[in-house]
Write a protein that binds this ligand. Structure first.
Ligand code: BGC
Length: 256
């Protein structure tokens, strides 16, 4: 393996910051995954502390690929629905670079997961319209056409009416995995809400394939058979490793 094929990937989430060395020839982990809880309160400083702890754990001095759950343009955080407004306007790549003396690349978490699935997983070689949805603390989306990413689509923020709460909310507040847990929903109850979301997104985009990833993808036997949408739907082959692998992949593409 050349040096360029081994990269540290870090996935910043609403509840955990996770890191692993990624072997980009295989498209999978080359080390154990390290997880630390997302610090509270969530601030750029506290998060940089967590990222730097992960980098130190691996005694890593190379390039770092890192995800963030928000819109990223030119390495600057533009939205941070589940992280807080302190993050907006922060050039996270630059901050990680300064704090950890390394070169870093930042990408939206769902975009990263989608890139990994398109390269190594369930979307490999697929040139149709492919939609990756990550379902965890929030709902993330990544849209591909002819294998190319349309970044920052944020379809988890589409507004939907929630009957139970009689109000219109971002879809992720109604049917992310965190909403399922918070509302103590049975799998069929959650699936019925998620199906409405899937059908809504489908009616806007007409994807040929939907890939489901994020925390929920580890529990596919609980819900895949309950899903109902008019296109192929599969779970992410890399499951919740996709974010870390995709972050490493994009760091290589953009920095090496
Ligand atoms: C954010 C997205 C992110 C998703 C999954 C949403 O709250 O707006 O950028 O991809 O959560 O983490």
């Amino acid at each position: 393996m050349t040096k360029k094929d081994l990269i540290l990937g870090i996935d910043i989430g609403g509840s955990g910051v996770k890191g692993a060395l990624v072997d980009l020839r295989k498209g999978d982990f080359a080390s154990e995954r390290v997880r630390i809880p997302t610090p509270s309160p969530k601030t750029p400083e506290s998060l940089l502390g967590a990222v730097s702890e992960i980098i130190k754990t691996f005694k890593w001095h190379g390039v770092v690929g890192c995800t963030f759950p928000g819109v990223i343009r030119a390495q600057v955080i533009e939205t941070a629905a589940n992280m807080g407004k302190d993050f907006i306007g922060v050039n996270l790549a630059e901050e990680i670079g300064k704090a950890c003396s390394c070169e870093a690349w930042i990408i939206n978490d769902a975009d990263a997961a989608g890139c990994a699935e398109m390269r190594y997983g369930a979307g490999k070689g697929n040139k149709d319209m492919v939609l990756m949805l990550t379902v965890g603390t929030g709902i993330g989306s990544a849209l591909f056409t002819s294998g190319k990413l349309v970044p920052n689509t944020e379809f988890g923020q589409l507004k939907m009416r929630d009957k139970a709460q009689s109000r219109t909310l971002p879809a992720e507040k109604i049917c992310a995995d965190s909403a399922r847990k918070k509302g103590d929903m049975t799998w069929p109850a959650w699936a019925s809400k998620f199906n409405k979301y899937l059908q809504y997104v489908h009616s806007l985009l007409w994807p040929n394939l939907i890939i489901l990833g994020g925390g929920i993808s580890a529990k596919e036997e609980k819900f895949m058979h309950l899903l109902d949408v008019d296109c192929d739907i599969v779970s992410a082959r890399l499951q919740n490793r996709a974010g870390i692998v995709g972050a490493a992949l994009e760091a290589k593409k953009n920095l090496l």
